[in-house]
Write a protein that binds this ligand. Structure first.
Ligand code: BG6
Ligand code: MG
Length: 213
C-alpha cells in the first residue's frame, strides 16, 4: 500500500522532550517567566521560534524585537545542544531499530520529516547518521508544522508521490501537517490528541502490520 514512510524524529524515533524542556526551563527561569510541562507539550512539533513565542505569550513577547527573540532562541539552542551530547546509540530502542530494518529490507523507502534544525546531529548521536533515504528538516523549510511543507519536501526528496507515503507523528501539529499535505498518517502517543490520524500505533512495530500488509 505504501512505498515510503516519513518519520517525525523527536517523539517518534527518539525522545528529546526532556532536553527541550530543560533548555526552555533554564531560559524561562533566567527571564523569570513561568514555564511548565503543560506549556512544554504545546511546543511539540512546532519550530524553535514559534516555541519561543508560545513561551513569551502574555509575558513580554510583544515588547521584544526580532533580533532579541533570535538571541533568546539561540541561547535556548545552545543549552539544548549541550544536552544532546548526552545522547548515544542507547537512545535508539531495539524495537525502533528492528522495525526500521524490517521496513527497509522489504524495499520501503525511509525518510525523516522533522521541524528540528538539529535533526542531523541527533541522528548521528543515536547511530542513524546516513541511514535514511532522505532527510527533510528545519533547515530546508520556511513554514513549520502544521504546514505540510516538511513532509511534501520529504516525498520530493524520495521521489515518491505523496499518496504513496505514510507519515508517522507524535504531535497534533504533525498530524495536521500530514492531513494538510494530503498524506496518510499514523499517530503514536496520546490517542485523543492524535484522533485525526488514520491509524494509531500502540507500539512502534504496529507499523509493520500497516505498511507490509
Ligand atoms: C521538533 C520538536 O521536532 O523540533 C519541537 O518537536 C522543536 O519541540 C522543533 O521546537 C524545533 O527544534 P530545534 O532543534 O530546531 O530547536
Ligand atoms: Mg514529534
Amino acid at each position: 500500500k505504501y512505498k515510503a514512510v516519513i518519520f517525525d524524529l523527536d517523539g517518534v524515533i527518539c525522545h528529546t522532550d526532556a532536553y527541550h524542556y530543560q533548555a526552555w526551563k533554564a531560559l524561562a527561569d533566567r527571564m523569570d517567566i513561568y514555564f511548565d510541562e503543560t506549556i512544554n507539550n504545546r511546543l511539540r512539533g512546532v519550530s524553535r521560534m514559534k516555541s519561543l513565542e508560545i513561551i513569551l505569550e502574555g509575558n513580554m513577547g510583544a515588547a521584544l524585537t526580532d533580533s532579541e527573540k533570535q538571541y533568546l532562541a539561540e541561547e535556548k539552542n545552545n543549552i539544548y545542544k549541550k544536552l544532546l551530547e548526552n545522547m548515544g546509540p542507547g537512545d535508539l530502542s531495539n524495537q525502533v531499530r528492528q522495525t526500521l530494518n524490517i521496513l527497509r529490507g522489504a524495499g520501503i523507502k525511509l525518510a525523516i520529516g522533522s521541524s528540528s534544525k538539529n535533526a542531523g546531529f541527533i541522528l548521528k548521536q543515536i547511530g542513524l547518521g546516513g541511514y535514511f533515504d532522505a532527510i527533510s528538516d528545519g533547515n530546508n523549510i520556511t513554514r513549520s508544522k502544521p504546514d505540510p511543507e516538511v513532509f511534501l519536501m520529504a516525498s520530493e526528496y524520495l521521489n515518491i508521490p505523496k499518496e504513496d507515503c505514510l507519515v508517522v507523528e507524535d504531535a497534533a501539529a504533525g498530524v495536521d501537517a500530514a492531513i494538510a499535505g494530503g498524506m496518510d498518517c499514523a499517530g503514536i502517543g496520546d490517542e485523543m490528541e492524535l484522533k485525526l490520524a488514520d491509524y494509531h500505533l500502540k507500539n512502534f512495530n504496529d507499523l509493520l502490520g500497516i505498511v507490509l500488509m
